[in-house]
Design a protein around this ligand. Structure first.
Ligand SMILES: Nc1ncnc2c1ncn2[C@@H]1O[C@H](COP(=O)(O)OP(=O)(O)OP(=O)(O)O)[C@@H](O)[C@H]1O
Length: 311
């Protein structure tokens, strides 16, 4: 568990971050979202002490970060930034293994860890292990950057706009991958973005910053349904709120017995995508499968009811 306790940063008497407190549970993703200049990056960097707080404290599993030597802290907290920061003259394997190497893990253990991470990121180890960053696509470089930050199994991974440089289609894939990998490894992640859609898709918890203050901290559904301030309401927008709610629910939640025609949907597909499939293909029910096994069907009426009704 990470406890952020009334942390502030003043620059010339002006608060870039103003008494922010929050608790981040282990094995969850917290997304910090806000407009430019709201203090997101400053908050993130105070956690690994790249920026010294003016006041307040951060505790990792009960231990105040202020008492840990910086090099120990950096090992316990991974940091991934936009642009990846890969070493261009080192292979993918050396880049990913950089921290384990520093920690003097035995070579076979490093190699196994590198291959495990490459596998998780859908990059065939034999094909990618010995390449250099310049021989990878932007999306692949981004994955190697995140794999490197996860390699030593940090207590916490901080990510600052990790997908900012990716085009929208790869970006959606990269977000899904991160979610899958975070679940598989049980990692604790704090991620900064200015993109509310990204926050809603990725976060177990969303923290909204405005002018240095934390104005709301809650689940994506809470942020959408009960925005705490005008600012949050504006950020999440009012018009397509039903669609946003649908994007939080998998079809498995409203699947019912019975047949339906056509291409099936996977049980993890969200209702927003299911709705667009219905509308696009002109069907009022879709078959649902999990791992290729039929589960039943999802109906257009049930999706509509879910969009309208309170939960
Ligand atoms: N070293 C500094 N000296 C003075 N002011 C600073 C410094 N670093 C940041 N600030 C100010 O603190 C505020 C918060 O900056 P921060 O970079 O945390 O915002 P942000 O939400 O991450 O913005 P962005 O999305 O644009 O990166 C801004 O007003 C910024 O100008």
């Amino acid at each position: 568990m990470i406890e952020i306790d009334k942390i502030s940063k003043l620059y010339d008497g002006v608060a870039a971050v103003d008494a922010v407190s929050m608790i981040v549970e282990t094995a969850t993703i917290t997304v910090i979202v806000g407009t430019s200049g709201s203090g997101k990056t400053t908050l993130l960097r105070m956690i690994n002490r790249l920026i010294e707080p003016s006041s307040g404290e951060v505790r990792i599993n009960g231990e105040p970060t202020g008492t840990l030597p910086k090099h120990v802290l950096r090992r316990r907290i991974g940091y991934a930034i936009q642009g990846h920061g890969l070493f261009p003259h080192h292979t993918v394997a050396r880049n990913i293994g950089a921290v384990p190497e520093l920690l003097r893990w035995p070579p076979e253990k490093i190699r196994a860890r590198v291959d495990e991470l490459l596998d998780l990121f859908s990059m065939e180890p034999a094909q990618f292990r010995d390449r250099f960053p310049g021989e990878l696509s932007g999306g692949q470089q981004q994955r190697v950057g995140v794999a490197r930050a996860l390699a030593s199994r940090p207590d916490l991974l901080l990510m600052d706009e990790p997908f900012g440089a990716l085009d929208p289609i790869i970006r959606a894939r990269a977000q899904q991958d991160l979610r899958r990998i975070q679940r598989a490894l049980g990692s604790t992640i704090m991620l900064v973005t200015h993109d509310i859609e990204e926050a809603i898709h990725l976060g177990d918890r969303v923290a909204v910053m405005d002018e240095g203050r934390l104005v709301q901290h809650g689940t994506p559904a809470e942020i959408i349904r009960q925005p705490a301030t005008e600012f949050v309401a504006e950020m999440v927008g009012g018009v397509d709120r039903p669609l946003r709610l649908l994007s939080l629910v998998p079809v498995s939640e409203i699947v019912v017995d019975g047949p339906a025609e056509g291409e099936p949907l996977d049980a993890d597909t969200n209702l927003r995508d299911a709705l667009s499939t219905c509308l696009w293909s002109g069907r009022d029910a879709l078959p649902v499968v999990r791992d290729g096994v039929p589960l039943g069907r999802v109906t257009l009426d049930a999706i509509r009811a879910r969009a309208e009704g309170p939960r």
